[in-house]
Write a protein that binds this ligand. Structure first.
Ligand code: MOS
Length: 755
């Protein structure tokens, strides 16, 4: 098909979903309505831990407009929300374990009636001792969250270890040893669209779920389990999804289950959409962490050993905590060669909202420490911070902390060099020093951070790193591409269309993506772990190759020249039908085998790694403690960039999110209660907080097994950004910050400390 455009790969094709979104015509879940639809509201626990003595719903049931009130006793299938381990009930039965846990459900004719009825449901509780801090929860006499899935009955959910080489022996002889204890708090996803689901009877006892989500096949599983239905009777459709950032990986399984319970009980469509306050208070966040980190190095700056202890606050149920913790464990060394490694990682049950996936997935919690520590080593040895990284970053032929020999697509050194060049690193440091000598009130600082990110689910869940795709030549010559991963704003659909057009050799405007409906699209695995585009595109390429062959065969039989194929597809499509060629082709992709040994923590844990170096310059006002990012450079190695505008957009968004995490975002917790009122009391970065002149660039260390050499990008920007900003604050203040966020009070107290 010689008429195909030279190449679409790397070009800035406009997003097909952009026009609808800009016009306000995209249909998010709250825009959808079905005849006879009811509205749901949730009765939630006001206690962090309590026994349920009785639920009195008679008054609520007789209120005007109320159709049904359900409790745990009404669950037809298993009262379980299936995520990884089955420890979380859809509706609390005997005990509530966090403030906000669902206890009963109301469906009513209007949202207002449903909410009024929630207030009329009386639940008698006997409060139980509770524990909200993970460190307190690990004490021997701590109150027990008593989740059946906790190891050995205590509050410990997971404990994982990684041991390589001789850590103690190396620390004993190292030239330099530095250590620190680093803490990070909650981060709220703050997606524009709150969580929501609609459950609809789908005929013959089946059910359909429409909603805002990353992983429709996860929701299908959860709903089937809670209703006791076969998977084939549960259909899940992803509505336009207004941001997710990991927050719509696990939570939709719970909300989909709740909506499904009400629809199944009433045989009517039921809509459950959270308002902002309910969403912020009751859905997962980034795991708060405490990480102790000790680093040993040689006098020339070579890293020799790390000794790391990680504690994550999992909240009241495990949801995704074991997978999040695993990523903390296996990426604790960052993108550096470290021959001797010991990491102990624990996730702990507390009586707080279950924490789950958040862009970066357990890695920001170890990146803040590893980037702080390498700077401390540099400072002790008088080595430049870019230079010390240069001496330690991975190159092809090196081994990661898990002993993974990396050969292909190791671009970290190139990102570092390119970032230093774009930032004019040495001159910038001099300019900052000059500025600081002249300025008393404000001080400038420059920070650099390097990260690695394993793309995909890796060795802890290799069964998930598969993807299906279907491509169908329609009778009119248009082409339908079906994948099961979801557009959550990241640009996946655009990149996949580019790949499909390239693989098929037909103009992109002939190709259309099917809506993500589990009954119509193959399972492409979850839209998580920066894997969506890479895996879906691989499956699409697999299908496209075979459909292209078939098209060329039919064309040849009818003396249609290759260069005419794109033009004459409608004709060719008709020959498919007349001559009994199957117009639909299935594609499949899986990654290189990965391995992981739970006893040592070692293995080839990911199919490939993405890398980045960010450099941030901040200005700190020493009187007010305010830090402001004034300039920024971000360079990524995500292999081939399929669409530069979209990839840059990912980076810019991630930088904003990282600035928020480092400088302002947090939620205080008191007695198991999150002290936050929707987004009005949650500080997010605004346009005034982000550097408008950020320089974004890519080095493309091609991944031979990826589609056109691409890897993944989604999560990586936020991971590097917070650390670059924190290290810039460290440089400006001459102190080593160990706790996020670096908001004005904390910076002022830092400045009060001895350097
Ligand atoms: Mo993502 S944080 O792997 O949903």
């Amino acid at each position: 098909m010689n008429e195909a455009p030279a190449t679409l790969i790397g070009t800035a094709i406009a997003r097909p979903d952009a026009v609808d979104k800009v016009r306000g015509e995209a249909r998010f879940v709250d825009d959808l309505a079905f005849p006879g639809m009811l509205h749901a509201a949730v009765v939630r626990s006001p206690h962090p831990h309590a026994r349920i003595l009785g639920i009195h719903a008679e008054a609520a049931r007789s209120m005007p407009g109320v159709v049904v009130v359900l409790t745990a006793a009404d669950v037809p299938g298993e009262n379980i929300v299936h995520v990884i381990v089955d420890d979380q009930p859809a509706l609390a039965a005997d005990v509530v374990r966090y403030i906000g846990e669902p206890v009963a459900l109301v469906a009513a004719e209007t949202r207002r009636a449903a909410r009024a009825a929630v207030d009329a449901v009386r639940v008698d509780y006997e409060p139980l001792p509770f524990v909200a801090s993970p460190l307190a929860a690990l004490e021997p006499d701590a109150p027990q969250v008593a989740v059946p899935s906790a190891a050995e009955g205590g509050n410990l959910f997971n404990r994982m270890v990684l041991v390589k080489g001789d850590v103690d022996g190396t620390f004993a002889v190292a030239d330099v040893v530095v250590e620190g204890t680093y803490e990070t708090g909650y981060q709220e996803h703050a997606y524009l669209e709150t969580q929501g689901m609609i459950a609809v009877p789908d005929g013959l006892g089946a059910i359909a779920i429409y909603g805002s989500m990353q992983c429709p096949f996860y929701v299908q599983n959860a709903v089937a389990k809670v209703l006791g239905l076969p998977l084939a009777k549960v259909r899940v459709v992803a509505a336009a999804t207004g941001g997710a950032f990991g927050g719509k990986e696990d939570v939709p399984s719970l909300l989909g289950s709740l909506a499904a319970l009400l629809s199944s009980a009433t045989r009517r469509p039921v809509k459950l959409v959270l308002d902002r306050e309910e969403d912020v208070l009751t859905t997962s966040k980034r795991h708060p962490s405490r990480v102790f980190y000790r680093t040993a190095a040689r006098a020339d700056g070579t890293l020799l050993a790390i000794d790391v202890d990680i504690v994550l606050n999992a909240g009241a149920y495990q949801t995704l905590s074991s997978a999040v913790l695993w990523r903390s464990l296996v990426t604790a060394a960052g993108p550096y060669r470290v021959p001797n490694v010991r990491v102990v990682a624990r996730s702990v049950a507390t009586n707080t909202v279950p924490n789950g996936a958040f862009r970066g997935f357990g890695s920001p919690q170890v990146i803040f420490p590893h980037e702080s520590q390498i700077d401390l080593v540099a400072e002790r040895l008088g080595i430049d911070r870019v230079e010390i990284r240069r001496r330690n970053v991975l190159h092809s032929g090196d081994r990661t902390s898990t002993d993974h020999l990396v050969r292909d697509s190791v671009g970290i050194a190139e990102t570092l060099d390119r970032a230093a060049e774009l930032a004019d690193w040495t001159a910038r440091l001099e300019r900052a020093a000059t500025y600081n000598r002249a300025s008393r009130e404000t001080k400038r600082g420059v920070g650099v951070a390097c990260v690695l990110y394993g793309v995909g689910l890796g060795g802890k869940a290799p069964f998930l790193d598969k993807a299906g795709a279907t491509i169908k030549l329609e009778p009119d010559g248009s082409i339908a591409v079906a994948i099961g991963t979801v557009e959550i704003g990241q640009g996946l659909t655009t990149a996949v269309l580019q790949v499909a057009a390239e693989g098929l050799g037909v103009p992109i405007d002939r190709i259309h993506l099917s809506p993500v409906d589990t009954s119509r699209v193959p399972d492409s695995g979850p839209t998580v772990a920066s894997r969506g585009t890479m895996m879906s595109a691989l499956a699409v390429l697999d299908a496209a190759g075979r459909l292209r062959e078939r098209i060329e065969r039919v064309a040849k039989a009818h003396r249609i020249a290759k260069r005419e194929i794109a033009q004459r597809l409608p004709e060719i499509a008709r020959f498919f039908w007349l001559e009994n060629f199957d117009p639909a082709v299935e594609g499949w992709a899986s990654t290189e085998p990965v391995s992981w040994d739970p006893a040592t923590g070692l293995g080839d844990v990911y199919p490939v790694y993405a890398y980045a170096t960010h450099i941030a310059e901040v200005e700190v006002n020493v009187d007010t403690g305010e830090a402001h990012v004034v300039d920024y450079v971000a360079v990524h190695d995500s292999g081939r960039i399929l669409n530069r505008v979209l990839a840059s957009g990912q980076v810019e968004g991630g930088v904003a999110q990282g600035i928020g995490f480092a400088l302002m975002e947090t939620i205080e917790e008191k007695d198991g209660r999150l002290i936050v009122n929707g987004l009005t009391t949650y500080r997010l970065p605004t346009i005034r907080d982000v550097p408008l002149a950020a320089a974004v660039d890519f080095v493309e260390a091609l991944f031979p097994a990826g589609p056109f050499g691409m890897k993944g990008i989604g999560e990586v920007p936020v991971m590097a950004a917070h650390a670059a900003v924190a290290r810039a604050v460290a440089h400006a203040t001459g102190r080593n910050p160990t706790r996020y966020p670096l908001d004005p009070p904390r910076i002022k107290s830092l400045l009060g400390e001895k350097p």
